[in-house]
Design a protein around this ligand. Structure first.
Ligand SMILES: [Zn+2]
Length: 137
């Protein structure tokens, strides 16, 4: 049986015991999206923002609009992005957002919120108390 490169990667990845990858890695659910006409929708958007504790997705929408170079907005439970994007692209954007705007730079936990200091927004971790600078926004 012939495997594509991606299938081989999947296979290698699943063979590595999860524990050895990183201890206590934050498990982010997979973004589930589909394309309808000229637009792409994320079905589980509300679940994703709850896990990230960003129920007010203003920053995320701004980020996604920038990454996709297309308007992104919430429509009910779903996210709508104008244009056709693959699930992989959208997963990459969400992961980048997590790294930059959600996960604590010290302990890697997602229990964070923004604080403002001298007009500069920073990420404050509720788990370990660390305050990290945000690269942008
Ligand atoms: Zn922390």
């Amino acid at each position: 049986m012939e495997l594509t490169y991606e299938q081989m990667l999947d296979r290698v990845y699943t063979q590595i015991p999860k524990k050895s990858l990183e201890k206590e890695r934050f498990e982010f659910p997979r973004v589930e999206s589909f394309i309808q006409g000229p637009k792409t929708y994320v079905k589980n958007f509300v679940q994703l923002i709850k896990v990230m504790r960003r129920e007010d997705p203003k920053d995320l929408l701004k980020f996604l609009t920038k990454e996709s170079a297309a308007p992104a907005k919430q429509e009910g439970e779903r996210l709508m992005i104008v244009g056709k994007f693959t699930e992989k692209q959208i997963n990459d954007w969400f992961n980048r957002f997590l790294e930059e705007f959600v996960l604590c730079k010290e302990c890697g936990k997602p229990d964070t919120h923004y604080i403002e200091h001298n007009g500069v927004r920073q990420l404050k971790c509720e788990a370990c108390g660390a305050i990290s600078p945000l690269r942008r926004g």
